[in-house]
Design a protein around this ligand. Structure first.
Ligand code: CP
Length: 311
């Protein structure tokens, strides 16, 4: 199978078979991280540029590890050490990087639309590593992979995404990904944090967490993003935590095999209590582990590996 997109900008752009294909590919890459020598020659001679204009721990590190495990040359572009700090435009930056003939750009940006702008400006494929409030497609894929690994299916499951939906690119990618694969998605949060019309993306809405917990198979807790102005939409963090925080008391209502997810970084004691974040139902570190396998598959597919793959 060959993907129909040149770049990965969002899960909105992928079909169900394309998403399933990426998940299948990811499975085959996962065991490489368990080998004593965690390196294969698959992308030898390929050059990948990590261009992160916004801080990241999980995404940037796992893309770098993924590239190195596949033997690609991985360049970490640092905006503060680059000519962006002298006023060079993002578009000129993209064209100058393209002139050096990389095979793939990985782009994270605080503003929505930058990875797409890059993809339209240059011939090099681009993977969106999270752009503003828009999408975080590789997070959506690793979330799907983690649920499928644990539950053996996606279709028919009930997923609740809880928190600041308004400012969450993860919520958008998860809504597209999980609903395309047949899950029922409900977004939960205070009315100020749920954008009007979100149902059009393929989800239900609830302003109350407690009634949603007993029926959920998976709960994705989102971070309150103070740096994006979440605080302007809340009376206080304490109030938020009281109504929407996941704690041991609320977990008494949950199915015993419910999965707790969080894209990170976690605000312990705000959206999730430490006991729940570290408890038996939590797959938060599985998500991080699976991020490497999913990103290895994506590097392989978007660096030309797809050409060699048959359905
Ligand atoms: N989940 C996620 O995007 O985390 P980072 O911001 O640390 O990359």
């Amino acid at each position: 199978m060959k993907l129909t997109v040149k770049s990965l900008i969002g899960l909105r752009d992928l079909s169900r078979p394309e998403i399933e294909f990426i998940l299948d590919q990811s499975e085959s890459f996962k065991e490489i991280s368990y080998r004593p020598i965690k390196k294969v020659p698959t992308l030898r001679g390929k050059t990948i540029i990590n261009l992160f204009i916004e801080p990241s721990t999980r995404t940037r590190t796992s893309f770098e590890i993924a590239g190195k495990r596949l033997s690609a040359d991985v360049i970490n572009f640092s905006p503060s050490q680059s000519s962006l700090s002298k006023g060079e435009t993002l578009s000129d930056t993209a064209k100058n990087l393209e002139a050096m003939k990389p095979d793939l750009l990985i782009v994270r940006s605080p503003a929505a639309g930058i990875p797409e702008l890059f993809s339209r400006s240059i011939s090099t494929p681009v993977i969106n590593a999270g752009d503003g409030f828009h999408e975080h497609p590789t997070q959506g894929l690793l979330d799907l992979f983690t649920v499928k690994e644990r539950k053996k299916k996606i279709s028919g499951l009930k997923l609740a995404i809880v928190g600041d939906i308004r400012h969450s690119r993860v919520a958008r990618s998860d809504i597209y990904g999980f609903s395309k694969l047949g899950a029922e998605v409900t977004v939960v949060g205070p009315p100020t944090m749920i954008p009007p019309g979100i149902e059009q993306l393929g989800c239900k809405v609830s302003y109350h967490l407690d009634p949603v917990i007993p029926e959920s198979d998976v709960i994705m807790m989102l971070r309150i993003q103070m740096e994006r102005g979440s605080g302007n939409f809340l009376p206080s963090l304490r109030e938020y935590s009281r109504f929407y925080g996941l704690n041991l008391k609320r977990m008494e209502q949950a199915k015993k095999d419910m999965l707790i997810m969080h894209p990170g970084p976690v605000n312990r004691g705000v959206e999730i209590s430490p006991e729940v974040a570290d408890g038996n139902c939590s797959v938060i570190l599985d998500q991080v582990e699976n991020g490497v396998a999913v990103r290895m598959a994506l590097l392989y597919l978007f660096c030309g590996g797809a050409d060699e793959v048959s359905a």
